[in-house]
Write a protein that binds this ligand. Structure first.
Ligand code: PAF
Length: 283
């Protein structure tokens, strides 16, 4: 396994692999790797000759400086974990000034309004930061395919838009949400939950499953009201938003259409920790 920190060295690695006709899959991460990331990497390795795993805590996608400060930095552990996989992996872990050429700023993007929904309302500038860093990684690594988890479903749709807008030749592959045995979606943030809170947080997925059940017979408004009530009485969890939206445009549903795919999206605070999840409702 190679570990590369400089763009120039990565460029020569990419040139060699391309010359040999190798297929490169990219799994972009911010480190603190867990089973969810490993499942993306295994999926990438099953269809690519090489998996480039980027480990970079991207400063421009954090709307709160404290979140950036508290983000776990576990590069040595991450590298050890990747080494155990025994796959063709190249780790790209640049510093911020190396990746951003000393101008650590987000580019502004318009993604046909997808960026303005849900997370866009609660995390100002977040998707500009994500778009900026992913575009840079695509340009440097030139992957044939890139793998993103469906837990961050809105992010996945944003990346699809990025490809549509920039014309970069990367196939975007969405991978199923990796869940803990309790049903809680796997996230680096789960490590910061107490054992009790982690158990309590499985309520989020249980609520999504019930919302899916109700979707066949109840209106989106009825379901949203029901979810809000469920959380009002919950002693540990605080609902930030629950939305039923078109899975492609991410616009909130007004009247359900038979042939439109819908998702339910949720963001919840478990103490200080913000958790998100989603579920496909009718496919
Ligand atoms: O999902 C993440 O971990 C990040 O948003 C990503 C895609 C690595 C960009 O920094």
């Amino acid at each position: 396994m190679q570990i590369i920190k400089e763009k120039a060295r990565l460029n020569s690695w990419v040139a060699t692999i391309k010359y040999e006709g190798g297929i490169i899959g990219l799994v972009p991460t911010m480190g603190a790797l867990h089973e969810g990331h490993l499942s993306l990497i295994r999926q990438a390795a099953s269809v690519c000759d090489w998996v480039a795993v980027s480990i970079f805590i991207n400063p421009t996608q954090f709307d709160k400086p404290l979140d950036l400060q508290n983000y776990p930095q576990t590069l040595d552990e991450d590298i050890a974990l990747l080494g155990e996989l025994n796959l063709n992996i190249v780790v790209f872990s640049p510093t911020a000034s190396e990746l951003y050429d000393d101008k650590i700023e987000a580019e502004h993007f318009e993604f046909d309004g997808v960026e303005l929904e849900m997370e866009g309302k609660f995390r100002f500038g977040h998707f500009d930061g994500v778009g900026t860093v992913v575009k840079k990684l695509f340009e440097i690594i030139q992957p044939d395919k890139a793998f993103f988890g469906e837990k961050d479903f809105q992010q996945l749709q944003i990346i699809r838009k990025l490809i549509e807008k920039t014309g970069l030749p990367v196939e975007i592959i969405g991978c199923p949400i990796y869940r803990e045995s309790s049903g809680l979606a796997r996230s680096s943030r789960n490590e910061r939950l107490s054992d009790e809170m982690r158990q309590q947080a499985s309520f989020i997925y249980q609520t999504l499953l019930k919302a899916k059940e109700k979707f066949g017979t109840e209106s989106a408004k009825q379901i949203s009201d029901w979810v809000e009530n469920e959380f009002k009485t919950h002693p540990f969890l605080k609902l930030e938003y629950f939305e039923i939206a078109d899975s492609n445009s991410l616009k909130t549903v007004k009247n359900k259409q038979l042939d439109t795919p819908y998702h339910a999206f949720i963001a919840v605070y478990a103490g200080e920790i913000r958790l998100i999840d989603n579920i496909a409702l009718n496919y």
